[in-house]
Design a protein around this ligand. Structure first.
Ligand code: SF4
Length: 402
């Protein structure tokens, strides 16, 4: 019996999608040929799985024949145990590191969060040696929502240290409850940011009323020997806080010497989008006041202007024809769609990017020349051949946290 071709549609993951990688492993074990979904090959797949993490994401290629899963679609769908327990197949993303959970669940019940409903109270999942399956790399990304909420956190820390691993706590650690002992243990770990480019550990400050808890937590972590410059804070805006309260948290985090990172609750809200762009784009945050950013907007951003950068990118792929400044306004909507698509991570084919931009064509040689220009703007576009095809696919990388 010959294997079947299986499509895995990753709608919006920022890092390789664990569920899709496990489905890939399961199908590969059966002799099938799983691959990341390509809309042009839709008719060739025997089965297509679609996974969406965020409710707000659109899924432009979703069709009724796909099997859907992920918190972006619903909270109930779960992988069967025989698939859940498999090691992920990283090859579909060509991801060289390891990703996984040492625990599930959370001690808190924040109103804006789906974790308590989906996963319940904290419980252990895998040990570090169990989830560190890509042993060619010593970098591990943890998806735990409440690492120190699990009973066996000490053993997991000891495993990280004994195996000399670099670890990213991608969902943040709970600084409100961190004890001196836990902070001390954390200081023995080689914690890193998501792209493994610098030493960084993430926490969150979501509610203004937690000010004292946050400050006490920063104090404990600092006393354990972790410098504030190594700490980053997710700052939720737009849920139940006012702009003044948002600004207060952002500035307090900055003044502590830590790195604020704004998470908009509603990504379509103009204020939330704007403050996220201002804070999260570090070159802008470091050089432009909020008042100036609000009133003068993009002129203040040059040469880090995201619109201009993405216009160059869209042009490099033939999505737009010219690079004149005068075109920027009219092309911004298309460029923004390109950015939204690319910024989700993962690979995207040129055709999909052109579709997002809404326009067509320049010669490929001119596109490549323009693509090289992007490096000046701190964005790196990676390119690779689509297997069995003459076309290319692309991935956006930048040194930002997102
Ligand atoms: S602490 Fe984090 S994971 Fe837990 S409920 Fe709150 S937001 Fe969700």
């Amino acid at each position: 019996m010959t294997g079947e071709r299986i499509g895995l549609y990753d709608v919006d993951s920022k890092i390789p999608n664990l569920a899709l990688m496990k489905l890939s492993a399961w199908h590969r074990n059966r002799g099938d040929f799983p691959e990341l979904y390509r809309p042009v090959a839709h008719h060739a797949y025997s089965k297509i799985y679609a996974s969406k993490i965020f409710e707000f994401s659109t899924a432009p290629y979703l069709t009724p024949d796909m099997e859907k899963g992920g918190t972006g679609f619903d909270l109930a769908t779960k992988l069967p145990d025989e698939i859940e327990n498999l090691d992920p197949d990283y090859s579909i993303y060509r991801y060289p590191h390891s990703i996984g959970f040492t625990m599930r669940g959370c001690r808190f019940r924040c109103k804006f969060c789906v974790v308590p409903e989906k996963e319940g109270r904290p419980k252990g999942s895998k040990t570090i040696p169990e989830l560190w399956t890509n042993r060619g790399s010593s970098f591990v990304v943890l998806l735990d929502n409440d690492f120190f909420g699990q009973v066996h956190w000490k053993e997991r820390i000891q495993e990280m240290v004994d195996l000399d691993l670099m670890v990213n706590f991608s969902q943040g650690l709970n600084i409100r409850l961190i004890t001196d002992e836990q902070a001390q243990a954390l200081s023995t770990v080689k914690f890193r940011n998501l792209h493994n480019t610098r030493k960084q550990v993430y926490f969150a400050w979501d509610r203004i009323r937690d000010e004292k808890l946050i400050l006490d937590g920063v104090d404990r972590v600092t006393r354990a020997g972790i410098k504030p410059t190594y700490m980053a804070f997710y700052v939720l805006v737009g849920f139940d806080s006012t702009p003044d309260e948002d600004m207060k948290r952002i500035m307090m985090i900055r003044d502590l010497g830590c790195d604020p990172y704004v998470m908009p609750y509603n990504r379509t809200d103009p204020y939330q989008k704007k403050i996220a762009r201002w804070v999260n784009h570090k070159a802008i945050f470091g050089s432009t006041k909020w008042e100036d950013y609000q009133t003068t907007g993009r002129q203040k951003e040059a040469p880090y202007d995201e619109g201009q950068t993405l216009l160059l990118f869209a042009a490099s792929l033939g999505a737009v024809q010219t690079l004149n400044d005068s075109d920027l306004e009219s092309l911004r909507a298309g460029v923004r769609r390109v950015y939204d698509l690319m910024n989700r991570g993962g690979w995207h084919e040129a055709q999909a990017i052109r579709l997002a931009a809404g326009e067509h064509g320049i010669p490929a040689s001119e596109g490549l020349r323009r693509m090289r220009e992007l490096r000046k703007f701190g964005f790196e576009i990676e390119r690779e051949r689509v297997e069995g095809s003459r076309s290319w696919r692309y991935r956006l990388r930048s040194d930002r946290n997102d």
